[in-house]
Design a protein around this ligand. Structure first.
Ligand code: HEM
Length: 281
């Protein structure tokens, strides 16, 4: 029999092994806070999956908001090239969220029904970060503020967002400064209102898509926006398909018609003229 090899000690390679009084990985990342935030209300095995799936989605949404906000500021400062990288990252975040549905889909209707009552009235419908993303990119519906009326801190974040130009408003103001014919009424619109598709904006994008080499920066910006909306639509589609697979046509815990409501949301277009231009070109 051979002697057991001496176990490897990473300290010999210089690994830090002593953290008494010094900042460690767990301190820097607040791991204790994150890992003590899963409060299952039932003893159903799949509730942990359900909670973690939502929590990780909220973390990715936090990053998406950070990037969207910065991209909008860059565009407003006519530094669109720097915004492109951030918008590309937002699309990748949604791609990540899209893959995450595969994990949740392993939960069957019977698994979900074991803890559904434990959720009470809570639903992703009340996710203020999701609503903030929608508001920031341009899907503005003040009726969605209501579920947050009991939280003045969150309500004021959402209201402040409605008072600012959306990502799409910022993009149109930027391309107007590049010399493209964006209608004046669009540039001075009340930004708190829902976006209404505009023929003048479609005609402007049509000019860009007919001569991309002449309008390269506007063209690249348009494609970054379409890319984001494409991934965002996939998120909505994956969500509604997962919901149908798990609860069929039952009402949602948030009180809406469930799948019917979510299907209606699939029709919302963030940048309608950029999709219309595909047909009119
Ligand atoms: C089995 C899993 C899930 C089910 C059965 C489900 C069900 C629903 C239903 C029925 C709605 C409509 C509102 C309502 O009446 O409740 C909804 C909305 C929503 N859910 Fe989920 N959901 C699931 C997973 C998720 C996950 C993992 C997220 C990630 C954060 C999420 C985020 C949202 C958001 C943001 C909305 C609002 C959508 C909008 O208003 O357009 N859901 N969900």
């Amino acid at each position: 029999m051979h002697a057991a090899p001496t176990p490897y000690d990473p300290a010999t390679d210089g690994a830090q092994m002593s953290f008494d009084g010094r900042m460690s990985y767990g301190d820097y990342l607040s791991i204790d806070t994150i890992l003590t935030a899963q409060h299952c209300r039932t003893d159903a095995h799949d509730e942990m999956l359900f909670i973690i799936q939502h929590q990780t989605s909220e973390l990715w949404m936090r990053l998406a908001l950070h990037e969207i906000d910065a991209a909008r500021s860059m565009i407003a400062a006519d530094r669109a090239r720097e915004a492109f990288k951030m918008l590309a990252r937002v699309s990748r975040i949604f791609e990540q969220l899209n893959s995450a549905w595969d994990v949740l889909r392993t939960m069957t209707p019977s698994d979900y029904s074991r803890f559904r009552d434990g959720l009470g009235q809570s639903s992703g419908f009340q996710s203020w970060q999701y609503r903030l993303i929608e508001y920031a990119v341009g899907n503005r519906n003040a009726a969605m503020l209501k579920p947050h009326a009991h939280r003045p801190d969150i309500l004021s974040k959402l209201q402040a967002e409605l008072a600012r130009p959306s990502l799409y408003d910022a993009a149109l103001a930027h391309v107007a400064r590049l010399g493209l014919p964006v209608p004046q009424a669009v540039l001075t619109r009340d930004v708190s209102q829902a976006w209404v598709a505009d023929d003048g904006v479609r005609a402007m994008w049509e000019g860009v898509y007919r001569a991309p080499e002449t309008h390269w920066q506007a063209y690249e910006l348009a494609e970054k926006l379409v890319d984001f909306e494409d991934y965002f639509r996939r998120w909505r589609f994956n969500h509604v398909t997962t919901v149908e697979r798990v609860i069929g046509f039952k009402r949602g815990t948030g009180g809406t018609s469930g799948v019917s409501y979510l299907r209606r949301m699939l029709e919302v277009q963030l940048f309608p003229e950029l999709w219309q231009v595909r047909t009119t070109l």
